[in-house]
Design a protein around this ligand. Sequence first.
Ligand code: CA
Length: 230
Amino acid sequence: MTGKRILLVEDEAAIREMLVMALERAGFAVVEAANSQQAQDALAEQLPDLILLDWMLPGTSGIDLAHRWKKQELTREIPIIMLTARSEEDDRVRGFDVGADDYVTKPFSPRELIARIKAVLRRTVGHGEEEALEVNGLVLDPVSHRVTINGRKVDIGPTEYRLLYFFMSHPERVYSRSQLLDHVWGGNVYIEERTIDVHIRRLRKVLTGEGHDALIQTVRGSGYRFSSQV
Ligand code: CA
């Protein structure tokens, strides 16, 4: 991840400065743009590995830019994370419609954003060279399908493995039971939502040994979240 180039398009100077600091501290190289023109200029100069794109920009909006870049041959493959102050479901859907790879709703913590950036970069790094996922000594290797905790192999069932893989590649976000069904079981399978709780319980049990079960958090009334933050 270190040395990956990020193009940050954000018109608010204070947010931009805060993000530049956090991203550079995390080892990313950042190019800043305060508006769509500067963003176009930066892209013409050198293509980044990922674009952080504010939704609300003066003039051409972030959505219009995302739409344009996802249509252009040269920029199509660059993952885009939208930064948005809006949280309405419609807007999220629109964000994904234009091909944004993820979105983060303001206010967010730099730590959360960086976890999302890493997850998106991991997903978009060429297939077949999938990197192992690691959080606090918990390692999942998608190539060998092995899970280890501090170097010790753990026994994990196939469903719990898929669940853990999904959580580790989509950290710091709450998923409802029906969303987990869609993503992990594939949606067209008939499974009661209660079944998910059973697999979550089994997964936690697998992770209990050294306290990694705490990474799988229950969000009351909403669902579950994989998070290294308390
Ligand atoms: Ca803005």
